[in-house]
Design a protein around this ligand. Sequence first.
Ligand code: COA
Length: 695
Amino acid sequence: MPDPVTYTQHGSIGVAVIDHPPVNALSHAVRAGLAEALERCAADARTGALLIVCRGRTFCAGADVREFGRPMQPPLLGELVARIETCAKPVIAAIHGTALGGGLEIALACHFRVAVPEARLGLPEVKLGIIPGAGGTQRLPRLVGARLALSMIAEGRELGAPEALRQGLLDELMEGPDLELAATAFAERVLREGRPVRRTSELPARLDEPQVFDEFRAMLARKQRGFIAPLEAVQAVRMAYELPFEDALRREHEMCVALLHGPQSRAQRHAFAAEREVARIPGLTPETSQREVRRAAVIGSGVMGRGIAMCFANAGIPVALVGHTSGSAGEALAAIAGSYAAQVRRGSLSQDEAARRSALIAESHADEELHEADLVVEAVSEDLALKQAVFARLDRVCRPGAILVSNTSFLDLNELARVTTRPADVAGMHFFNPANLMRLVENVRNASTAPEVIATLMALGKRLGKVPVLVGAGEGFVANRLLSRRSREALFMLEEGATPAQVDQVLVEFGFPLGPFAVADLGGLDVVLATRRARRARLTEREQAADLLEQLTAAGRLGQKTRAGWYRYDDERRAQADPWVDELIARHSAARGIARRQIGAQEILERCLYAMINEGARLIGEGIVPRPHEIDVIWLHGFGFPAWRGGPMFYADQVGLPAIYQALTKYCDQVGAEYFQPAPLLEQLAREGRGFYSV
Ligand code: COA
């Protein structure tokens, strides 16, 4: 491999160029190369200043995550950062792309920082369950103050270069096509003007708002419940004001290392790696050709159709929204305009951008619009016959080569492909509600989907700003298949003696943002009931008889929208347990002859989670997904599985498959083998003492 750092001399400026694709991560070779560049700069009397600049798509995007958990070879990042800062000659960082984590820590230790206007800067370590470990928590507050530093370090907020300039994190923005040239001119100016080196660690740490730490702690306890690293980050920033710099630096590093070896960081790093792993599709290569998606169409202008149309418009792709029934799309356009207007009011979107996006969505009923589209998303209601009729129409009117996708959440895609003459062009894109906000999209292949269609949909998912995950066709794909197993157990446990609040509390304590019953109330019990009805043929007798949802909706309780569902809601939409519901459930149990008993937290957790994990094992066994990564990423992004637990399959490995196998056999006896029969893969791995990720 060529040297990742080269050193050249431009007049009086030494230039260290980092070229270490894909993201110039600070692996050992890069650290060693930079250290050598510093030495050469210091030793050469002709050199007045050192410029650090990167090739490729970005400045350094951080420490090399592949080195985490292995013995680190010197120079460590902290040592390198110290050498940069103590260098007697000015050192200048020239930033493009993203300066993240260790990359920004390097830049913070430089005496000057310049960037292109599009650059972004951040310390996102908390997202990997750690805090910066090379002085970031000590230098950043000295430049931008405690409040902004806390937001960047404890919440992982990134700054765009113009704001970074305003906040004192950058010295200048560099215009023009050649950053290296512009930054060299800047360095020459520094020398000409005799500007002294400015060491960030020597700047005073002044605290204007001593209460800011308590404020952040309280906010993080609410918004990042369960995560350890953000609270450690607050503590680390506080040290900048309470400890001598060197002591705080040592302590910061110790805290970082302790977090790195802890279970949360392991899980969060797994989540980061899994998200990237699922982009590598077995059988596809970067050379697999893709089709161009220049225009899209969405059929069905209900809630999902609108959200999906917005996804395309947000990504700059013109989209025709084709109402399934005449007249319905007009309403949809008004609703979309309203949604953009709300974003403008909240300050998350500019007026111009809202107008630009709205203009990309056109209403239509015409087959011509469909003929123009490179990709059509069907988003009509979950009714196989209806969807088949739409696919037959698409087959007639769409141009050859157009990709026809369904947003179905559980129907068999092969049944839709079957009614067309082009099953190779048919696939699924299962968006989650609200589609314009939720990042997960399950891309579904049917038995004959063409590889280039799959490659196109994976790339399109990224272009839409989503996390696309490829799954095979089969009941409920991955997301809803596992969900249905969890919902089933939650419902059974109500019949056996639990209350909705008890079940929800256990799952919230585990780390989910909401429990299953609160989620159902939020989405609407009529919506949940419609899905249940559509799945009726697949329900066992006991599941059909567990008709509590039917009873609640018959009483007009549709969830939050009617202020009553599994819970009762006050004016602020705060949920309260409702004795009326408890009585309804008790009567139901009695009528069904099910003896009620106390159900402990452990049983609630195990039955909900192990039913999901067992189903996950079955999905791998059935080939719906090739490996556990897909399942973890889908649950992390689709249903708020706590990131610090890494996803259901990673969590299963931490518990240990033998223990899960034992519990499953216990519940086989207690609840029924049809629900808890261990999946063959799980049984085999448990017997071999292995985990899902050891395969
Ligand atoms: N160390 C090692 N490899 C890294 C890396 C890091 N810090 N950051 C990214 N990569 C790798 C990815 O694993 C991926 O590899 P792959 O192509 O083999 O899957 C590749 O770089 C591209 O990353 P990806 O995230 O797919 O590209 P992107 O353009 O969407 O995003 C970043 C680029 C840098 C914004 C994003 O990767 C990121 O946020 N990285 C982590 C930054 C971080 O947390 N730094 C602090 C670490 S202490």
